[in-house]
Unconditional design. Sequence first.
Length: 320
Amino acid sequence: MDRISLVIPCYNEEEALPFLYEELCKVANRMNGQEFEFVFVNDGSKDRTLEVFKQLRAKDNRVRFISFSRNFGKEAAIFAGFEASTGDYVAMIDADLQDPPMLIEEMYNTLQTEDYDCVATRRTTRTGEPVIRSFFARKFYQLINNISDTKLVDGARDFRLMTRQMVDSILELREYNRFSKGIFGWVGFNTKWISYENVERVAGTTKWSFWGLFFYSLEGIVAFSTRPLAIASLFGILFFLISLVMIAVIITKTLIWDDPVQGWPSTVCVIFLIGGIQLLCMGILGQYLSKTYLETKRRPIYIVKETEEGKEKDRRNRKN
């Protein structure tokens, strides 16, 4: 009998959790030849998410949970869930039911019968998503695939089922600044993609704002490409060459045609242009330096406050 661990990161998902749990139980009942564990991760929720975890645990021993001391972000929650999982196969799924749980059976059967280490999902449509967000999401995938050796599939979701070997490989990457979509691709392994149409969340509201997604995309670019640094260097070379040409033109006009240098407005525009390019390049360099700074601190990716076994400090005292 194989054990399948379902990792569910949650942030203020008290409304969606009862619906999700019901669907997960349906999947477990259909796949009654396998053992399941539901690993919920509370990412510093402000609502009753943790209380719902405890209620589910009280009636179902398959439910396990981890509660952070504060909000560390979805990436940390995914990593914590993977570390806590004990299954032969591990699935990552969102709590809002935008990821259809019924696909887990098809994913498992694929890993059993075909030579794959991972079955992942991608959306074929973005129904219900704001148009501007969809536009920039597509442009992000185009951009990162052009500047990074780690390729991402447009519309890829975090929802996937992986072998224990692949999950253990992911856990070896203990970087503080995490971008799971890139990490899933970087570790390799054979992946089969399943497509499905976008499903709107069953309850609650999305926790991702436009700017939140924008800065998350910057995380991905900085984590999996150094091409922006090369672009900054090219800007420097380009403007150096342009300045040489401009100097030659000014000297020629002054010495041969006795044409005085004029046009302070255009000079101001050039200064603003070059100043803007310099600030852009400094900003690019600053992004990489800031990530390096955070990595060298070697801070923990997350801090656990409580699990299904009780408060973390009490649990450690019992062990000692």
